[in-house]
Design a protein. Structure first.
Length: 343
């Protein structure tokens, strides 16, 4: 198959959505398909281009951005409309066998281009966009409604919608992991770790709450932070995933599992994770206090913590194996093509 992915974000970059897009391309290419990723001019500085990339922009060439820069965050801004317009204009000029659109922006672009060119399209849902959009601005209810309508539009435009889930299904595919993920060894028993951005949907304030609670129990506890795998420490004891936003799956949790470090996550933000097997899971949508309590409890149980890290890695290596996920993607794209031809 000739596959075109639409990445409505700076690409490549060593973070969630970008890593997912890169690994999907790598997996399909390994199975013999021709895959190109349509991306804006922006890219993370120093990140190598490991898959074929097509650039869409109104002027100039690729722009390199430092890993922790503001331009790499997920905050909706008016300037992104121009970037999305460039992606849409470029997308309709291509004629692959199927188009994959990531996030709501990519879903709209892939769906519209697919309708114009009569090409099958797949919308990949990375998060609950209505809930995410409601976190920004002064009118959360209006933002939530707008996000709901935008996501519903992406679903209707696309021939097929795929969600990220540990349990593969008709419209659900696990995220692909990286067997070469840099390992994180146990540290001094007092080292917490968070890898990723500090956007609102990640509940960054929960990190401070967890650290304060942990220090009340043990004053020597510290929190290490990194923007991505390139800044990852060699040793830490417990990884944190405070995200409670539903509708997707945190790539950082998958990275932690492959790296062999146990993690605390929230059930609503990491669907399908089993407490004690995949992570220390805070029930429901969690809260700052509940998340902090789980962190304190996990730090007090070093034997259980280390055993969990080994179990979680073994389970992820099977469930999220790149070749297994690539085969599921291949089947999904074939199904999307078949639906369009049948229609």
């Amino acid at each position: 198959m000739r596959v075109l992915q639409v990445a409505g974000c700076p690409f490549p970059a060593g973070r969630g959505s970008q890593l997912l897009i890169e690994r999907i391309a790598q997996g399909l290419i390994a199975r013999g398909h021709q895959v190109e990723t349509l991306a804006p001019l922006q890219r993370e500085r120093g990140r190598p281009e490991r898959v074929p990339i097509l650039r869409a922009g109104w002027m100039g060439g690729p722009v390199s951005i430092p890993a922790g820069a503001r331009e790499l965050d997920s905050v909706p801004r008016p300037g992104r409309l121009l970037r999305d317009a460039a992606l849409a204009a470029s997308c309709v000029r291509h004629r692959p066998d199927v188009i994959i659109g990531h996030n709501v922006e990519g879903g709209w672009i892939a769906g519209l281009a697919g309708r114009v060119r009569r090409i099958p399209s797949v919308y990949v849902r990375h998060s609950g966009f209505a809930e995410e959009l409601s976190l920004y601005g002064n009118f959360p209810r209006a933002a939530h409604r707008a996000g709901y309508l935008l996501e519903r539009g992406a679903r209707r435009l696309a021939g097929l919608t795929v969600s990220l889930s540990p349990l593969a299904g008709a419209e659900a595919i696990p995220a692909p992991g990286d067997p070469a993920e840099a390992a994180i060894a146990p540290a001094d028993g007092c080292t917490l770790y968070y890898e990723g951005n500090a956007d609102r949907y990640q509940n960054p304030e929960w990190l401070a709450c967890a650290l304060a609670a942990a220090r009340r129990a043990e004053p020597g506890v510290r929190l290490l932070r990194a923007h991505g795998p390139g800044e990852r420490p060699a040793a830490a004891d417990l990884a944190l995933v405070p995200r409670s936003l539903p509708g997707g799956f945190p790539m950082k949790l998958l990275a932690y599992q492959f790296a062999g470090i146990p993690a605390v996550c929230v059930a609503s933000g990491a669907p399908g994770m089993l407490d004690g097997l995949d992570a220390f899971v805070v029930p429901g949508q969690g809260s700052p206090g509940a998340f902090a309590a789980h962190v304190v409890r996990a730090l007090k149980r070093p034997t259980e913590r280390r055993a969990l890290g080994l179990r979680a890695r073994a389970r992820a290596c099977v469930r999220n194996a790149p070749d297994t996920v690539a085969r599921l993607w291949e089947q999904t794209l074939e199904r999307a093509i078949g639906r369009t031809h049948a229609a």
